[in-house]
Design a protein around this ligand. Structure first.
Ligand SMILES: [Mg+2]
Length: 123
């Protein structure tokens, strides 16, 4: 599992650093991106990305467009995607899940719970 890298996409440097710290403390390698476009670039250029954790509200390309762009590609149709958003609204959750996200977590998520969910989706 240590070779499986997680892509963390969020426009907040604080969130990127926090989530990276939590995952790296578990021995999980992390790559970060600042928005959906940056996230796609990192996804294409990084080996072994096994799961994607993404924010929704981001400049240039938001999380919804990012998820849609990933899921329309055959090779990424099964990669687990977790949405980590400040928006706890039912509509946003439904939209994210309809686009192909596997899980929706509301910030601030408990670190233990986030790690447990990630490990579950990594299998
Ligand atoms: Mg944001």
């Amino acid at each position: 599992m240590s070779s499986k890298t997680i892509l963390v996409v969020d426009d907040s440097k604080t969130i990127r650093n926090l989530v990276s710290f939590i995952l790296q403390s578990e021995g999980i390698p992390v790559v970060t991106a600042e928005n959906g476009l940056d996230g796609l670039e990192k996804l294409y250029s990084t080996q072994n990305i096994a799961l994607i954790l993404t924010d929704i509200n981001m400049p240039r390309m938001d999380g919804f467009s990012f998820i849609a762009a990933i899921r329309e590609q055959e090779i990424y149709k099964d990669i687990p995607i977790i949405i980590l958003s400040t928006e706890g609204e039912e509509d946003d959750m439904q939209k994210g899940m309809n686009l192909g996200a596997n899980l929706y977590m509301v910030k601030p998520a408990q670190p233990e719970r986030m790690v447990r969910n990630i490990k579950m989706l990594l299998g």
